[in-house]
Ligand binder design. Structure first.
Ligand SMILES: [Zn+2]
Length: 290
């Protein structure tokens, strides 16, 4: 690798460590303590003055509660996916390049696990096409959990997508793009902007998974998640239900009233489900209506 590229790689890793640490609400000193480094060393790693060792990067990911992939820039080698020009139209500066850079399948494809997963994704799409949504989004999300083999709170949303054969890549993007989805018969990929807060990345992943199951498009790029009708509203509703199943929440509340307009009351629930306070308030309101 040419020296300039290598330098750029470490600058990207440095930026990702800083962003993920800030998401986790840790100071440089606190992160240092968890991984056996001084505050000064963390400062050096986060400014790329010092290159992080691989074993240390593993420890940092664990200390921050993120997958190692969240601290690594996307590799540039592999099969470049063809993105139709119209899908890129209107994107903010930098976002276009990011999408094109991220839409690369790893060399050699994903193997048998991906093929088996994609068959499950197709089953879900058939379920929707066959009128499955008429029984409600909660039932669809139950199907997703069963087929992808995930359970628990907070739901491992990354594993859910991977269980359906979707490859996930994280990469730092300019502001203005959240997530991009590519899907075809033999491959599906979701690219997540790794500079966004952790709860936001989880929502982006769940929202994009909603598009993959619900909508017939090769490429879907989200620059935000506004409240709206139509496809965006459906993907938002899917994401909210996948992350915080309303029936389960209602049972967990056990008749206890939570004031969902009170930030203090909402916060512990948001932390438990790893969603934003705004999403959690919406789910608490929905559970209160059951
Ligand atoms: Zn969307």
């Amino acid at each position: 690798m040419p020296k300039a590229d290598l330098d750029r790689l470490y600058v990207q890793i440095a930026g990702l460590i800083r962003a993920r640490r800030e998401d986790a609400g840790l100071t440089q000193e606190e992160l240092g303590r968890r991984v056996g480094l001084t505050r000064g060393s963390i400062t050096n790693l986060e400014s790329a003055r010092q290159r992080v060792q691989l074993d240390k990067l593993f420890e940092i990911a664990e200390a921050l509660g993120v997958p190692l992939a969240a601290l690594l820039p996307a590799p540039a080698e592999g099969e470049r996916l063809e993105i139709p020009g119209e899908a890129l139209r209107g994107l903010p500066a930098g976002a276009r390049e990011w999408v094109q850079e991220m839409m690369v399948l790893p060399a050699g494809g994903g193997g048998p696990v991906v093929v088996a997963g994609l068959e499950k994704l197709k089953k879900l799409r058939d379920y929707v096409a066959g009128g499955g949504l008429e029984t409600g989004i909660p039932n669809l999300c139950t199907e997703v959990r069963v087929l992808s083999g995930v359970s628990g709170t907070p739901i491992p949303v990354e594993q859910a997508a991977q269980g359906l054969g979707i490859l996930i890549r994280y990469g730092p993007a300019a502001p203005g793009v959240e997530v991009a989805l590519y899907q075809a018969n033999t491959s599906a990929l979701i690219a997540v902007n790794s500079l966004r807060p952790a709860a936001r990345q989880r929502f982006a992943l769940a929202h994009s998974l909603g598009h993959a199951i619900l909508h017939d498009r090769v490429v879907t790029i989200d620059t935000g998640f506004p409240d709206s009708e139509g496809d965006e509203g459906a993907a938002n509703a899917f994401a909210a239900e996948l992350l915080v199943p309303v029936e389960g929440l209602w049972q967990e509340l056990g008749g206890k009233a939570v004031d969902y307009e009170d930030d203090e009351e909402v916060r512990p629930w948001a932390e438990k489900y790893k969603v934003s306070a705004r999403v959690m308030a919406g789910r608490l309101a929905a559970a209160a209506r059951l």
